[in-house]
Design a protein around this ligand. Structure first.
Ligand code: F6R
Length: 262
């Protein structure tokens, strides 16, 4: 091996019995960063999987085990177009599931509209400027210490759908029809789910120091298998995580169903 060859560790796989253990192990990863870093930077996600993680973080905060006082958070994505006040916006989701219950500042500070929390909501601004500004805000915060991810049944991470380039950065994307169908449960029908989203890109995600992907349920089993053992390919954007040196998958038994485990 010459000096130019990158040393890539395989993805660490942690299989836990159920979704509650998945949430607890995921919260452990965040707890370590909150305790170790002077100014922790967390990359956060939304969706059903995270609805198990965030109550666990709130419990630990209420028990005095963790504090977000010095943290900055960056969410992966947001629908476009959508008002920040829309009940199905990811800005609202984060307020209802986590932000409103912990010690994060949500009022404007030094030009940051939502204090210590960032969600790529475009509002009335120029979408290209918002995307560039998001990347710059991550850099200004010192980069993401730990990025939490869910995974789509089609292998998407954030809203990087199959076909996404590994060089992609924060940008506007068209949602896959099966992603809109999967998210119809929040909107009433898939026709009401916005057609577009703003999402961090694969390159943006791969720049995090550490990446932790959470998954539960049989519906994710095929995507987990492809991400871990398939070729690194745009067909399964989560497979790009094989290129990162510090990735942990925390999955319950059902999501690990298709893996040949001892
Ligand atoms: C959400 C996100 C998506 C979800 C994925 C899984 O911010 O980035 O990639 O993580 O669609 O969603 P759930 O957890 O609802 O199955």
């Amino acid at each position: 091996m010459n000096n130019q060859t990158p040393h890539v560790e395989p993805i660490r796989l942690v299989v836990v019995p159920d979704v509650l253990s998945m949430a607890a192990r995921g919260a452990d990863e965040i707890e370590v960063v909150l305790k170790d870093a002077a100014q922790p930077v967390l990359g956060l996600a939304t969706g059903g999987t995270m609805e198990h993680l965030y109550p666990e973080l709130i419990r630990r905060f209420q028990a005095g085990k963790i504090s977000f006082r010095n943290a900055t958070t960056f969410n992966l994505d947001e629908y476009y177009p959508i008002e920040a006040t829309h009940p199905q916006s990811y800005r609202c989701f984060m307020g209802e599931k986590l932000f409103n219950y912990v010690d994060l500042t949500l009022t404007p500070v030094e030009g940051a509209r939502w204090g210590q929390t960032f969600v790529p909501n475009v509002g009335g601004e120029h979408v290209g400027a918002v995307c560039l500004g998001y990347e710059q805000a991550i850099i200004k915060a010192g980069g993401i210490d730990v990025q939490i991810l869910g995974i789509g049944k089609n292998g998407h991470i954030a809203f990087n759908e199959p076909g996404t380039s590994p060089w992609s950065r924060t940008r506007i994307v068209k949602l896959a029809e099966n992603t809109r169908e999967a998210n119809a449960r929040y909107f009433g029908s898939s026709a009401d789910v916005p057609e577009f989203a703003v999402t961090m890109g694969i390159s943006t995600i791969l720049e995090a120091d550490k990446i932790v992907l959470l998954a539960s349920g049989e519906g994710k089993a095929a995507a987990i298998k492809r991400a871990l053992t398939g070729p690194v390919s745009a067909d399964c954007p989560a497979s790009y995580l094989q290129l990162h040196p510090n990735v942990t998958f925390i999955v319950d038994r059902a999501a690990a169903r298709d893996l040949a485990l001892p």
